[in-house]
Design a protein around this ligand. Structure first.
Ligand code: ADP
Length: 842
């Protein structure tokens, strides 16, 4: 079985990849599949086969891939696969060099035709470039004179003819010719001529290059009578030239007999030189009454040059035939142009596709011939400017008159850069005056497609024109809006930010750059890493967490974080909202930055002050506690001292007769000891980390009891809502201790709601949690907890309440941890706090 060339399939959809690969394999094509453009660029052997490239992919898309391939100078034939409605982008892909595009869902024949075309073109291109680069390397070795001699030979001139043209002696030409053959490293004239043709050398004296693949240009224009023989310069059919010619050539005498066949003709016809002397119509009876038959008869009768193309079904080939009457009869030169025709057909098809696409997108096209100076613009383009066909003059000066005076210098410079070869392509946006005097913005892209091989001067340039007035107007509006925003920002001191959620690249305005400790004139786009580097290390994780959460929940964002520049630390408040992604853009977060350093410093100072006050009051509270404790303990201690002292005295005095009273004293001392122990036990109960006595219990019952214990404060206008998932009800806990935890959290929640003045909304929920735990959450709508304090509040003696002891949360966490659970705080969407803890399930 013949091994077909490889097809690379690049698509992010696993099902599309598998199905396309399966389909192509069924046609014998080996395939390789890639889930992303990056994978394709990294792993594929780009020297082989062609590629089916999906236009829309996460990460690098189809167009981006084509740009990367072009950057790497890789010319793998590319077929773009597009979704419905991506026509505009498909045009761009064609402009970037895609051979074809097919719409998904594709039809099998369409897909196969596109692939076959792409692979054919690749094979032809390879043959051409191999031959061409070798030929260019060889002809580069020639001196200018040797080159001219070679061009003379390409033009079919004899040494004498060349000498006449170059005004040299035939001997000198002969000498140059010998050296030229040596320099080219070839043994025969035909080989030299083939090299010259591969290198694209024009015949000596020819005015311009014959554009490759456009042989029709050599045909006499339709309706133009063929020149009479008397006007044709006679070229003697020197045997040597005929043998070396790249065409197949034979001569016929007046009786239609073959008198000569060159080597190529013998090879092509495959009948050897035995045809000599035979009558052509006897040897090829099927040719009678064909186009060829008629043309040969016409040339013979009228003694005029003839030229035609015909298809020979026997050999499945197209031939280009030139007939020249000579003294002895007719000289017939023919050449196999099958491959050329196929290329032309493919080219025409591509051109046709491009034309249709141009039509569909409203782009115009132009063609600039530098020899005639004529610029041909497509009807659509001319019409678009408001002119009737033919109304506009067609030279560069006429175009210049239409271009806005302010835009001409840039347009002129870009053109010059491209024409001189400084830039690969020409692209420019400029204003053009319409017939009614209004201006339209035009975006032109083009490139030189033919240059003179010797001087490099441009011969032809083609391009497309696209009206971008709407985009320009939108840009102007956006600029105005930005200016207004900048003005407003300037007054409010706010900055803007815009975060692309696909790439995590952040755009900052100059004001925001300053807030991040960066130069306001520096680059406005930051990578994720650059942005993190601006943040205080302690705030990196919490900021990212808040952002991710806002993206997940699709809610607005409000984060406060510190930025560091050298020694200086600033507080930034970032407010933002989500902008959903569109066809052309990924989802983004956009918003404002405010420098809140001053207010945060004030808040911190206030907090420090509060903490100090609290510390003082705690010291005094401790003092009060100590006094009470001392007082309370002193009572039993005094009693103990008394009883013990009395008994000792009896014993010392040897008067054990008052036994009953001694026993009573010892019992009193014991009571005192118990009482003191009880006081100590109660104190320890407040602060201890006693091992819990865990039993299977009901979480809902425990929560209900704790809510009851809150008393009337827990009722209020809205009371406390419970949301308990039955699946989390059976837990293993020390009910008293967990009630203590809940009570503490509920009291704190009530406190904060009361002080913030908001209508109280407290919810206690319980749900199953990972690791066979239940998660209990006490949510309020108070003021929440500052990120920087989320750990602090669990420390002993941290409090912001005038009467607080700062012990509650620390004890709660100890109790929860003794149960094997964890406790933390989060801020919720109602602006309040969620105190969460976990306990083991049964
Ligand atoms: P105390 O209640 O004596 O202050 P806690 O340890 O119970 O001691 O609380 C410590 C601090 O935690 C409180 O002073 C308060 O600043 C903060 N806090 C506790 N609960 C909340 C809450 N629901 N919302 C906001 N802040 C809270």
């Amino acid at each position: 079985m013949i091994m077909l060339p490889l097809v690379h399939i690049v698509d992010d959809d696993v099902h599309v990849r598998a199905a396309t690969s399966y389909l192509l394999a069924s046609h014998g094509f080996p395939t390789e599949v890639y889930a992303s453009a990056e994978e394709f660029l990294d792993q594929a052997n780009l020297e082989r086969g062609c590629v089916l490239l999906d236009l829309r992919m996460p990460g690098l898309d189809g167009l981006g891939t084509m740009v990367r391939l072009a950057d790497r100078r890789v010319t793998i034939p590319t077929i773009m696969m597009t979704g419905h409605g991506d026509l505009g982008t498909a045009v761009q892909a064609m402009k970037l060099g895609a051979i074809d595009f097919i719409e998904k869902p594709y039809q099998e024949e369409q897909l196969l035709a596109a692939i076959t075309r792409a692979l054919d073109l690749r094979a032809q291109e390879r043959r051409r470039t191999e031959g061409r680069s070798d030929a260019l390397a060889r002809t580069a070795k020639l001196s200018p004179r040797e080159l001219q001699v070679l061009q003379g030979l390409v033009g079919g001139l004899s040494n004498k003819g060349i000498a006449r043209r170059l005004e040299l002696s035939p001997r000198t030409v002969e000498m140059h010719r010998a050296r030229m053959m040596e320099d080219l490293g070839c043994g025969s004239l035909s080989e030299a001529v083939r090299i010259a043709i591969d290198a694209g050398l024009s015949p000596l004296g020819a005015k311009c290059l014959e554009p490759a693949g456009n042989r029709a240009a050599m045909l006499p224009p339709p309706g133009d009578p063929c020149p009479k023989l008397s006007t044709i310069e006679p070229v003697p059919p020197a045997e040597e030239l005929l043998e070396g010619a790249i065409d197949c050539i034979f001569l016929l005498d007046d009786a239609w007999r073959f008198t000569y066949l060159n080597r190529n003709a013998v090879e092509k016809i495959g009948r050897g030189r035995d045809l000599r002397g035979t009558i052509i119509w006897d040897s090829f009876p099927l040719a009678i009454d064909t186009l060829g038959w008629a043309e040969l008869h016409r040339s013979a009768a009228e003694r005029t040059l003839g030229r035609f193309q015909f298809f020979e079904p026997d050999v499945d080939c197209w031939f280009d035939v030139n007939v020249r009457p000579v003294a002895s009869g007719l000289q017939v030169a023919f050449r196999d142009i099958t491959a050329e025709r196929q290329t032309n057909v493919a080219l025409q098809m591509s051109e046709e596709t491009l034309r249709m696409v141009l039509e569909a997108t409203g782009d115009g096209a132009w063609d600039w011939n530098f020899e005639t100076g004529k610029i041909t613009m497509s009807g659509r383009f001319v019409q678009h400017l408001g002119y009737a066909p033919g109304e506009l003059r067609d030279d560069i000066d006429a175009v210049r008159e239409l271009v806005h005076a302010d835009d001409w210098p840039v347009l002129d410079e870009r053109l010059r850069d491209h024409l001189s070869g400084k830039s690969d392509t020409f692209a420019c946006e400029y204003r053009l005056r319409r017939r009614d005097g209004s201006w339209c913005w035009n975006f032109d892209r083009g490139r030189v497609v033919a240059r003179d091989i010797l001087s490099g001067a441009p011969l032809q340039m083609v391009g497309t024109a696209c009206d971008v007035s709407d985009r320009k107007a939108a840009e102007a509006r956006a600029r105005e809006a930005l200016e207004r925003l900048a003005l407003a920002q300037g007054n409010s001191g706010a900055g803007t930010w815009d975060l692309d959620l696909e790439t995590y690249r952040l755009q900052l305005c100059s004001r925001s750059l300053e807030m991040h400790g960066l130069s306001p004139d520096g680059p406005t786009e930051l990578s994720d890493e650059q942005w993190r580097a601006c943040l205080h290390p302690d705030d990196v994780a919490s900021t990212r967490e808040a952002l991710d959460k806002a993206v997940q929940t699709q809610t607005g964002l409000s984060i406060r974080y510190r930025t560091v520049a050298g020694e200086q630390c600033r507080w930034v408040l970032g407010l933002g909202s989500l902008v959903p992604g569109s066809r052309d853009r990924a989802a983004r977060f956009v918003g404002l930055n405010l420098d809140v350093t001053d207010s945060m410093e004030a808040e911190c100072a206030l907090q420090r002050m509060q903490s100090e006050i609290v510390h003082l009051s705690r010291v005094s509270a401790m003092g009060a506690l100590a006094t009470t404790l001392a007082h309370e303990l002193n009572q039993p201690l005094t009693a103990i001292t008394g009883f013990v002292g009395g008994v000792r005295r009896y014993v010392e005095a040897g008067e054990p007769n008052d036994r009953p009273s001694a026993l009573e004293a010892v019992a009193g001392a014991e009571r005192g000891v118990h009482y003191a122990a009880e006081i100590v036990r109660r104190l320890r109960e407040q602060t201890s980390d006693a091992v819990p006595e865990r039993k299977p219990d009901s979480l809902s019952a425990t929560i209900n009891e704790a809510v009851q214990l809150c008393g009337p404060r827990g009722k209020g206008r809205h009371g406390i809502d419970l949301e308990i998932d039955e699946a989390a009800d059976r837990v293993v806990i020390d009910r008293v201790q967990i009630e203590q935890v809940l009570l503490n959290l509920l009291r704190n929640a009530i406190d904060v709601c009361e002080t913030s003045g908001s209508a109280k909304q407290i919810v206690v929920s319980a749900v199953p949690f990972t690791g066979s735990m239940a998660l209990v959450r006490v949510s309020d709508n108070g003021g929440g907890v500052l990120d920087m304090l989320k750990d602090e509040i669990f420390k002993v003696s941290f409090t912001t309440k005038p009467q607080g002891m700062g012990l509650g949360l620390s004890i709660c966490r100890t109790i929860v941890e003794n149960h094997g659970g964890e406790m933390w705080v989060e801020n919720n969407q109602s602006g309040g706090a969620d105190f969460c803890f976990t306990v083991p399930c049964q």
